[in-house]
Design a binder for this molecule. Structure first.
Ligand code: HEM
Length: 152
């Protein structure tokens, strides 16, 4: 068999490509294993507990929505919220509370109620100096829950 330039370069090019992919893959895997989770970037359980705690204080002072919480066991709610945020942001927690649909059933919450709670959370994140990029990442995790929270 005669080796033309192209018959030699093609396998070489493919080998180089596969090699690149493998090395890129290795770098990628390394990047994934070392890049901090949102949980870590937020400062872990303690920092999340502080943000949730201050959000609840903001809710308690928020006349638009505080009536919903009149009979709520606040320490229990705080514990469930912290666990949920911990798990949702990639932390070492397992949320075992009610589903969002069950938890808010019969409350007849609307979008304005939902937005008020989000504002109270943002206020807490601001006062705890959570960078805007991280705030948006947390809100992006909570936003898809809206259909299960409102109009139940
Ligand atoms: C993404 C938004 C929300 C999330 C992630 C969320 C999460 C939770 C969680 C984890 C619980 C505890 C469930 C359990 O006890 O097992 C809960 C309960 C509760 N939520 Fe929400 N919630 C959201 C929005 C809202 C809004 C907008 C309101 C009202 C304005 C609200 C009012 C309540 C109340 C009053 C309870 C306690 C019910 C009780 O007394 O047992 N939530 N929520």
């Amino acid at each position: 068999m005669r080796y033309t330039l192209s018959s030699l370069t093609k396998p070489l090019a493919i080998a180089a490509f596969v090699g690149t992919m493998t090395i890129a893959g290795m770098f990628n895997a390394q990047a994934q294993s070392t890049s901090p989770t949102l949980y870590e970037q937020l400062g872990g359980k303690e920092a999340i507990t502080k943000v949730v705690h201050d959000m609840i204080l903001n809710v308690a002072a928020d006349n638009r929505i505080n009536h919903f919480f009149a009979k709520t066991n606040i320490p229990h709610l705080q514990m469930e919220l912290v666990t949920q945020v911990c798990e949702g942001t990639g932390g070492p927690c397992k949320y075992t509370g009610l589903s969002m649909r069950q938890a808010h059933k019969g409350m007849h919450l609307n979008t304005a109620d939902f937005n008020a709670l989000v504002e109270d959370l943002q206020k807490s994140m601001d006062s705890n100096h959570v960078p805007l990029g991280l705030q948006n990442q947390l809100l992006a995790i909570l936003a898809p829950m809206q259909p299960d929270v409102v109009h139940q």
